[in-house]
Design a protein around this ligand. Structure first.
Ligand code: UFG
Length: 323
């Protein structure tokens, strides 16, 4: 099987590439290196350094006997998407449409997509299953939910089967140390926490302390990226075996607050994390918590011990503490 991993030099993508190679799957990576990093390259994969907005290059990659596509090339910062929607419209929406059209042109029928819990918006109930209403409150979440609608149409009209994986909060690093690329412009909690712990930042901010949660800070379902990567391998195999299109949550079903994460970092790293409270960040729902039952039922996947908070923190620390 030959899988084209678009965005395979990025943070989640390189973990996915590692998991595919471990399962003896042939991998080509397509990445413009805007956030991806050559340090994440695996000798056994081949790499095409091009952009998804470059249709001729994308088509050339797609024409090379591809059995399935895993698409992870997207802009991913919720806050930024509220300030610069035009960048998200172009990369996330137009880019994904280019991929779909190239798949149609070269008869590639199977697609795994990196979707997000951000499609749900403010939870109407938790844990959130896949039937939860889709009401994104960030432009980022809108681009993901919008693409899921395109996929349904391309399935109906062109027979493209897809598994849209709705990640909750992807965190952690490969435990063998094979992925080392750091976020170049971090906006997410864990990288910012780590940069504060190593002294690269004087202080970090916790956005919002008056949410209706147990300590007033936002609650998230943090899932280790190696667990996410395994789900991609399972999803590719599922489609290759003739599975129907699916929308599937990937989370741990455990919620951790921002303050709890900061405190646990202090305990495990034996360092004081200098923080202040700041106003709420636009586009942030108070709680995101997954029901992962469908992932178990359809893909036989569930989060492993890798996703335990201590392992998330320590595996990330291993990479940040090197610098
Ligand atoms: N946070 C802070 N300070 C920071 C950074 C983050 O308090 O400096 C808080 C946020 O306000 C939020 C929590 O930490 O409450 C987690 O924020 P992240 O930016 O790490 O993650 P998000 O929940 O905003 O979004 C992430 C991914 C999205 C994905 C979403 C789904 O970035 O791509 O998880 O759960 F859609």
């Amino acid at each position: 099987m030959h899988v084209l991993v678009i965005g395979g030099a990025g943070y989640i993508g390189s973990h996915v590439v590692k998991a595919l190679l471990k399962n003896n799957i042939q991998v080509s990576v397509y990445d413009n290196l805007s956030t991806g990093n050559r340090i994440n390259y695996f000798p056994k994969a081949s790499y095409i350094e091009e952009d998804i907005l470059d249709i001729p290059q994308l088509e050339k990659a797609m024409s090379n006997h591809v059995d399935a596509v895993i698409h992870l090339a997207a802009k991913k910062a919720v806050g930024e998407s509220m300030e610069k929607p035009e960048i998200y419209a172009l990369n996330n929406t137009c880019g994904a449409i280019n991929i779909l059209n190239a798949m149609v042109k070269y008869g590639v029928k199977n697609l795994i997509f990196s979707s997000s819990a951000a499609v749900y918006g403010i939870p109407e109930y938790v844990p959130m299953d896949e039937k939860h209403p889709i009401k994104p409150i960030s432009f980022y979440g809108f681009t993901k939910s919008d693409m899921e609608k395109y996929f349904a149409w391309y399935d109906q009209l062109k027979g493209i089967k897809y598994v849209s994986l709705r990640y909750f909060n992807a965190v952690g690093y490969d435990e063998d140390g094979d992925v080392k690329g750091l976020d170049k412009n971090p906006q997410n909690l864990l990288p910012i926490l780590m940069e504060t712990a190593v002294g690269k930042r004087n202080k970090m901010f916790i956005f919002g302390k008056d949410y209706e949660t147990r300590d007033g800070t936002c609650i998230r379902d943090y899932i280790h990226v190696s667990d996410l990567a395994d789900a991609h391998v399972k999803a590719v195999n599922y489609l290759q075996q003739g599975g129907e299109s699916q929308l599937i949550n990937l989370g741990t079903e455990v919620g951790i607050s921002v303050l709890e994460m900061v405190k646990r970092c202090e305990e495990l790293l034996h360092r004081k994390i200098n923080f202040d409270f700041a106003p709420r960040r636009p586009g942030d729902p108070p709680v995101l918590l997954a029901s992962a039952k469908k992932a178990k039922d359809i893909l036989n996947w569930k989060a492993s011990q890798a996703s335990h908070i201590d392992n998330i923190i320590l595996s990330t620390w291993n990479v940040y503490n090197l610098k």
